[in-house]
Design a protein around this ligand. Structure first.
Ligand code: ZN
Length: 111
């Protein structure tokens, strides 16, 4: 099942553009990035060898970067300042991505 991402996510007064696919030119080992200064979430969709990344991994990367943005906007980047911040973000992103990929997330539809 292909994963579709929104063009942007609105967080408070901030509109984060979602760039997917995004090709990191400076680092090939990077799969995602949340640039709070530019208000951008960047997702690499290819492995370093050029093969497409599995949708589940792309979803996990999206939620990971999304949570970094949520942390900065709503928590003053407090999670990011913690020693175990990446471990916490990874765990939360994994749970959200698993529920998302299983179709077990709420959705909004127009009536
Ligand atoms: Zn991270």
């Amino acid at each position: 099942m292909p994963v579709y991402f929104p063009e942007f996510v609105q967080l408070g007064a901030h509109k984060y553009v979602v760039r997917c696919p995004y090709n990191f030119k400076e680092r090939t080992d990077l799969y995602g990035q949340c640039d709070n200064a530019e208000a951008e979430i960047r997702i690499q969709c290819l492995e370093s060898g050029g093969n497409p990344r599995p949708d589940s991994e792309i979803a996990r990367t999206f939620f990971h970067e999304f949570l970094h943005a949520v942390d900065c906007i709503f928590l003053n980047c407090e999670v990011g300042k913690m020693k175990q911040s990446e471990r916490i973000i990874n765990g939360l992103a994994e749970g959200l991505a698993q529920a998302f990929m299983a179709g077990q997330m709420p959705t909004v539809t127009e009536i």
